[in-house]
Design a protein around this ligand. Structure first.
Ligand SMILES: [Zn+2]
Length: 412
């Protein structure tokens, strides 16, 4: 698994080509480490374009055909989407897309668009039509579409090489930094972040990215830093009854408000309402969101494991040690933990001799019932008690020896 890509090859794959860039949309990501949650505000560029294309009124449930999440905020627990990306079966879908692309690209027309964005949109619409399964295989792949300058098989190959290379790298990183079973004894007591420094020692290229952080002050919406209030009493009163408080504060503008043409309510709001600061990361590519999430996983010192039932990674919660995840595999009705518990019980029953002991004595006493040496009522009573004893033995409340002695001694 650990075959590192040589430095120059790695860079070349990630850079993009004349025909495609991997950096386009600016999705803003806020992180709440206490809640262990990422909130991604998905860029709405494509909505603008769609509106330019179609002036007609759209139905209320209108969905963006290419990017249904455009303009929305998508939240997800830290680590989950990165794991999803690593485990997505993109490769399978790529093969199909490449075969389709090689047919279609022969008929490619050179589009002459005056509007640059329309040109990108057109190209993406074309590409997404063919590569739909790849684009929808994972949320991150979907909300960070490539910026296509020219539609071609080469462009498609370059993009897929990029996806493959990212998947390979983050699969290695997940294993190396977070997998609790990866060199379990050798790496015991070493944090995820320290494991990453070891990774950087051995990998020719480490996925260090720089990202832009933006800060905004928002009166509404969620902030990720609590801010001080000077007039605490006024704030408490305001929280109890916002509407009433605002009524009271209706007054004539003071000198400051007259000078700057500010509504008195604004000044009063500023006095009593703390404005939370919202910091978010401006992610423009799949690389960036993956690295951001990876870095947050390091900060949280997360641990993951491969589920012993479905073989997919899952996040370990707290100190609770388990070998199974709580996902429900396809075609099942129970999650992996329940499936394993049922299987363990079935195995325990199989290994426990109580069933065989019961069946053997059932045959013996039933024969005695037939010849009349055991009366029907006595047999019925025995059967009832024996079933109870058998189940107590399966539950390990009664030992096999005790059960055998009880059954053999019943009719003397
Ligand atoms: Zn599982």
């Amino acid at each position: 698994m650990f075959e590192f890509t040589a430095k120059d090859k790695y860079r070349k794959i990630r850079e993009g080509t004349d025909e495609v860039s991997f950096s386009y949309l600016a999705n803003y990501v806020s992180v709440d480490l206490d809640k262990r949650e990422l909130a991604i505000a998905v860029d709405d560029h494509f909505i603008d374009i769609e509106e330019k294309l179609d002036e007609d009124e759209k139905p209320e449930d209108w969905e963006h055909p290419l990017l249904p999440q455009a303009g929305m905020v998508v939240t997800s627990p830290v680590g989950e989407q990165l794991i999803e990306f690593c485990e997505a079966d993109i490769e399978q879908h790529m093969k199909f897309t490449l075969s389709m692309m090689s047919i279609f690209s022969k008929e490619e027309k050179k589009t002459e668009q005056k509007d640059q964005y329309l040109h990108y949109y057109d190209n993406y619409e074309y590409f997404a039509g063919i590569a739909e399964d790849v684009m929808r295989s994972n949320l991150y792949v979907h909300i960070f579409p490539p910026l296509i300058y020219k539609r071609s098989l080469e462009m498609c190959k370059a993009y897929f090489l990029y996806l493959r290379s990212l998947q390979k790298e983050y699969r290695q990183l997940l294993d190396f930094c977070f997998n609790a079973d990866f060199y379990k004894e050798e790496l015991a007591g070493i944090t995820a972040a320290s494991r990453f420094t070891l990774y950087c020692e051995v990998a020719p290229v480490a996925p260090i990215r720089s990202m832009n952080i933006s800060f905004r002050f928002l009166r509404s919406g969620f902030g990720n830093a609590s801010m001080p209030v000077r007039d605490k009493q006024a704030y408490e009163e305001f929280k109890k009854n916002p509407a009433k408080k605002l009524q009271i504060q209706k007054r004539e503008p003071n000198a400051f408000e007259q000078r700057f043409n500010i509504n008195p309510i604004q000044t009063e709001l500023a006095r009593i309402m703390p404005v939370p600061i919202v910091s978010s990361y401006r992610c423009q590519s799949l690389d960036e969101i993956l690295y951001l999430e990876f870095e947050k996983m390091l900060e949280l010192d997360m641990q993951i494991k491969r589920c012993k039932n479905c073989n997919r990674y899952f996040i370990l919660k707290g100190n609770y040690q388990t070998e199974y995840c709580d996902r429900i595999p396809d075609g099942e009705t129970q999650n992996c933990q329940a499936i394993s518990a049922t299987a363990k019980y079935a195995q325990k029953v199989k290994d426990n001799p109580a069933l065989a002991i019961f069946n053997k004595s059932y045959k013996r006493y039933h024969a005695r019932l037939k010849v009349g040496s055991v009366k029907p009522d006595a047999f019925k009573k025995w059967k009832y008690e024996a079933v109870m004893m058998r189940d107590r033995c399966l539950d390990e409340e009664v030992t096999v020896e005790e059960f055998t002695a009880w059954i053999d001694g019943y009719f003397g």
